[in-house]
Design a protein around this ligand. Structure first.
Ligand code: FES
Length: 677
């Protein structure tokens, strides 16, 4: 028998001794080295490429001779001629170990490769998708040993890939016979294996070695917008992203109005279900089109959404979510055929996974945020706020994680604001007000110039100055507070009180003029007293929710605030704190996580262990129900002041001094009125 040789794999550092003549792929498998293969070592998929080293490796204590691997063979040459291969690379299934050797597995050949994420703070995601491709050679039918094509395919998968007990649905069975014969009994099977040890499912078969797209769709189904990321299930790469408005808006702007629509209109829930399903199907088609792939290559989709959207999408009447005790039909994760939920554009056997819901008001989207931000792994106490029409709030660290949701309403998205608009070119997104002159300067989406910069008018001639978006209104109100135009109670002063003619009387209240475009037939953009009240209601709800969680945790401050959601990405930490949207903490510890729910959906799409982990984690998250918590009202009322009636903001006061103005003259006007939740 031949001698044995020491094999060291990098970057894993795994090592072992193997009989000379052992293929590198075999050695890798035995050592549990992460080396990919779709063809099972037949030399046709090239997934097993490795980079052998030559020369001295003092760190590993070996010197690698030039003949440490078997000679370059015809299979490798054929692959290189046909497809090209980087010089120095070998096919791991072809190269055999002949002497001590150090073998590097490049990232592309790692099955569980790490997907680099853009946000620096975020942890990397390892690829471990539920759906993978397996090339198999299937026995031909035999008159003397009658058996079905599926049974012979199943036997091949069991024998060649140790995948036993495969099940197949009607759509794939319909094409199986043709594909097997077309591939001359060699096919690539797309196999889905869940994380609960259920029977593996055959999703699709392709003749020969399939090298086309294999994709998954991560969907963040929001009440206002729906966002989708199409991901390559082999690499984790995002192939295309897209978004649309949720068509259910026509049945009600916010969640509760949609629940009422279902309550008041028999069949209303069914209407909303089909509207959202059709929209998702169209979105899947459009992102696939953008990526240049057939939507049938989408084998899986992961959907995250709040509980009402969850029920409406699944076709469950959401009425129970509209009344205490807010019982969900199910809080568990679900794994279903996508086709059953009307997603017809995807592969006919595609699977759909929904993350678990945390509670009747805290949905799978919050679970996705928890998956992406992982508060349970943090030493610091972190408050994570996902601001939408409903704010989902998580507070936690290694010891405990709490969650609640709070009905902020759509004001932070620019809705219910007199000059509010969607974040689009022409919308004011940044604003500064000079505390002395009370004169504003601003920037609009689509231009980097400030309004008092030379060339601003020309730069914005195309878009105009059309309104204020969500982040703009937060800055506007906070700047008005810092400039003394608005007092702590939220009252806009008169021209006499503030010393500026920009404060204009409007009935018994005042509004502040930011921009007058009327000479150019454009709008007059003002912040009215009503706008301030809408922002106060929204921010009080948000702060009160956070405060309830802090009570439950027994703390009066947090170390970190993470703003999630598209909106969080654009919000200025200082301004959010001046408004008292979020509790005081060091300003540099207020960070944005981007679309954390969407990221969580992508993680669950690419990694089945993450599905199991979040299912377990959600069971440990403690839910606080804001709607029935008696202290919510008290916190809400206290949080109405800018920034707060009772709580102190020591970090904020180090950088901002808020003027002690009072605009209420005691005349029983707006300032004396209380708004009730
Ligand atoms: S395993 Fe497919 S080419 Fe080596």
């Amino acid at each position: 028998m031949a001698g044995d040789a020491l094999v060291i794999f990098t970057p894993s550092g795994k090592r072992g001794r193997f009989a000379t003549g052992t293929p590198v792929l075999t050695a890798a498998r035995q050592l549990g080295v992460d080396l990919d293969s779709v063809c099972g070592g037949r030399g046709i998929c090239s997934k097993c490429q490795v980079s052998p080293g030559v020369g001295a490796f003092p760190k590993h204590g070996v010197t690698v001779a030039p003949d440490a691997l078997s000679d370059w063979n015809a299979v490798e040459q054929r692959y290189k001629d046909k497809r090209g291969m980087i010089d120095g690379r070998r096919l791991g299934c072809q190269a055999k170990i002949m002497g001590d050797v150090v073998i590097d597995v490049p990232p592309e050949s790692q099955l569980h490769r790490q997907v680099v994420r853009k946000a620096a703070s975020a942890r990397a995601v390892a690829m471990d998708p539920a759906t993978r491709l397996f090339y198999v050679e299937v026995a031909e039918p035999d008159m003397h040993e009658p058996s079905g094509d599926l049974e012979r395919l199943a036997a091949a998968l069991a024998e060649q890939w140790q995948i036993a007990g495969i099940e197949a649905g009607p759509a794939v069975l319909r094409k199986l016979q043709t594909v097997l014969r077309k591939g001359n009994w060699a096919v690539t099977a797309a196999v889905y294996r869940d994380h609960h040890g259920g029977a593996p499912r055959l999703l699709d078969v392709f003749p020969g070695l399939y090298e086309g797209a294999l994709a998954g769709l991560a969907i963040d189904l929001g009440s206002t917008t729906i966002a989708a990321h199409l991901c390559d299930l082999r690499t984790g790469e995002v192939l295309a992203s897209g978004g649309i408005m949720n068509p259910q808006i026509r049945f009600g702007e916010d969640l509760m109005s949609r629940v009422s629509y279902a309550m008041m209109n028999p069949g209303g829930d069914v209407e909303m279900t089909s509207a959202v399903r059709e929209a998702l199907d169209a979105l899947a088609k459009s992102v696939a089109g953008e990526a240049g792939i057939d939507p049938a290559a989408i084998m899986e989709t992961v959907v995250v959404c709040n509980p009402v959207m969850h029920h409406l999408f699944l076709g469950i009447d959401p009425v129970e979510l509209g009344q205490a005790p807010f019982a969900l039909a199910t809080s568990s994760s679900l794994s279903l055929p996508a086709r059953d939920l009307g997603l017809k554009a995807l592969n006919a056997e595609a699977r759909l996974y929904t993350l678990p819901c945390i509670a009747g008001h805290v949905g799978a989207d919050a679970a996705a945020v928890a998956l992406s931000e992982a508060p349970q792994d943090k030493d610091d106490l972190v408050l994570i706020v996902d601001v939408g029409t409903n704010a989902e709030i998580l507070l936690g660290n290694k010891t405990r994680v709490l969650a609640c949701s709070s009905p902020t309403g759509p004001a932070f998205e620019g809705a219910q604001i007199s000059s509010g608009q969607r974040a689009a070119p022409g919308a004011i997104e940044r604003i500064e007000i000079d505390p002395m002159t009370k004169e504003p300067r601003f920037r609009v989406i689509g231009s980097d110039l400030w309004s008092d910069d030379p060339g601003f008018a020309e730069a914005t001639a195309q878009t105009g100055v059309t309104g204020i978006c969500g982040s703009g209104i937060i800055e506007a109100v906070a700047e008005m507070r810092m400039a003394g135009i608005v007092d702590a109670a939220g009252l806009i002063g008169s021209p006499e009180q503030t010393g500026t003619a920009r404060c204009e009387a409007e009935g018994r209240t005042h509004s502040y003029l930011i921009h007058d475009g009327s000479a150019q037939n454009g709008p007059r953009i003002t912040v009215t007293q009503g706008d301030i009240r809408a922002i106060q209601l929204a921010k009080s709800a948000l702060y009160a929710g956070a405060r309830l969680l802090m009570d439950e945790m027994g703390v009066d401050h947090v170390d970190h605030v993470t703003l999630a959601g598209a909106f969080g990405a654009h919000i200025s930490a200082k301004h959010a704190m001046v408004l008292g949207m979020i509790p005081d903490c060091p300003l540099e510890n207020v960070t944005s996580a981007g679309n954390a729910a969407g990221t969580g959906a992508r993680i669950a799409l690419c990694n089945i262990a993450a599905r199991a982990a979040i299912e377990a984690q959600v069971k440990r998250i403690h839910k606080v129900e804001t709607a029935i918590e008696p202290r919510f009202q008290e916190h809400f009322v206290n949080a109405s002041a800018l920034p707060h009636a009772v709580d102190t903001f020591p970090h904020l006061s180090q950088i901002v001094t808020l003027p002690q103005v009072v605009h209420n003259t005691g005349g029983g006007g707006e300032g004396g009125r209380r708004r009730r939740r």
